[in-house]
Design a protein around this ligand. Structure first.
Ligand code: UDP
Ligand code: MN
Length: 349
């Protein structure tokens, strides 16, 4: 009894165990199935996402390659245009005015660096004629050699600023005008050497500014006097003429520094049709005007505000910056000079 009941019990326990085991087994199988199914779904999803990511990055790299290609083609076309290699351009260049850029310059450690930066911009401009006027009694070897090797069409002049008008070492900038003598010498040269039938535009390109070649394309449109914004000048990010888009006229200026000037513009903010300078033979720069009135002085002799032609996309683009070069620290050089051991013996800097 005990045995049989034991046996029975044992059997009963075993069958209970088995059925329990079976139902647990199903549960396990079900769970495994769910997990595998989820993993499968997740894997598929991951694959899908990976595929899209790959496709996306492929597309992105294609787009950026296309942009590079576009940039490259654009640069090649621009270079060919600049060198007049297209017939259309050749025809156009025959009627393009010559841009006469007048640059006063004076000897200082950064002079060759400034002239190099300018010349390498100007090399991109077809129909360009650089008038470099040294603030010196005679032309220097450095500038002479520099211009000879520049690859540009140029005229090299010298016109020294009278000592009483020369800015002292510690004088503030506004105290005396700079470039008066040199710009007037260039105007004299233009009047003596060009004829009324010559087509040209005259621009005053100081040696420390930064010029975009786009500016010179704008100048080609000038009938009388063209104006445009100048970056980093007069205490502002940009000083610019205000333009009425309906009439394409200049209706004001945003200048903050001496806004009451007849033409509150920077020297780099305008260019003049050569014809006007030849017609108005007496229009020159002068020492006898208030600080900051040089631009107004020359412009009021040849044009009215109403006649100004707004360029650079109706004065909405900056193509020239009134940058200034910090004088370099040469304190060690000073010590070497005293010892007669300059670092630049036999080497032009
Ligand atoms: N300049 C010059 N002699 C001088 C000082 C300046 O010929 O004693 C030139 C200078 O190289 C530049 C122009 O005159 O091309 C205007 O000078 P600067 O850039 O100092 O004037 P700012 O930017 O202060 O108006
Ligand atoms: Mn300057």
């Amino acid at each position: 009894m005990t045995e049989s009941s034991f046996l029975i019990d044992e059997y009963g326990t075993k069958s209970n165990m088995w059925s329990g085991f079976r139902s647990k087994g199903f549960l396990m199988l079900f769970l495994i199935y769910v997990i595998v199914f989820q993993c499968f779904i997740y894997y598929k999803d991951y694959q899908e996402r990976y595929k899209w990511q790959e496709l996306r990055s492929e597309l992105e790299s294609l787009v950026s390659e296309e942009r590079d290609l576009y940039g490259l083609v654009n640069s090649i076309v621009k270079r060919l245009e600049a060198h007049n290699l297209f017939n259309k351009e050749r025809r156009e260049s025959a009627v393009k005015p010559t841009i006469y850029a007048i640059t006063p310059t004076f000897a200082r450690p950064v002079q060759k660096a400034e002239l190099t930066r300018l010349s390498q911009t100007f090399l991109h401009v077809p129909n360009f004629h650089w008038i470099v006027v040294e603030d010196a009694a005679t032309k220097t070897t450095l500038v002479t050699r520099f211009l000879e090797e520049s690859g540009l069409i140029y005229t090299h002049l010298a016109a020294v600023t009278p000592p009483n008008y020369k800015l002292g070492r510690n004088d503030p900038n506004w105290k005396k005008p700079r470039g008066v003598e040199q710009r007037n010498a260039a105007l004299r040269w233009l009047r003596e050497n060009l004829r009324p039938t010559d087509r040209g535009v005259v621009f005053f390109a100081d040696d420390d500014n930064t010029y975009s070649i786009k500016l010179f394309h704008e100048m080609e449109k000038i009938q009388r006097v063209g104006v445009w914004p100048v970056g980093l000048v007069g205490g502002l990010m940009v000083e610019k003429p205000i333009c009425d888009n309906n009439t394409s006229k200049v209706i004001g200026f945003n200048a903050a520094w001496k806004p009451d000037r007849p033409f509150p513009l920077d020297m780099a903010g305008f260019a003049i049709n050569l014809r006007l300078l030849l017609e108005n033979k007496d229009a020159v720069f002068s020492y006898e005007v208030q600080g900051g009135y040089q631009e107004s002085e020359i412009l009021s002799q040849i044009v009215t505000r109403n006649e100004l032609e707004p360029l650079a996309d109706f004065c909405t683009k900056v193509y020239v910056w009134h940058t200034r070069t910090e004088p370099p620290q040469l304190n060690v050089e000073q010590l070497l000079i005293k010892k007669g051991k300059r670092s630049n013996v036999g080497i032009e800097v």
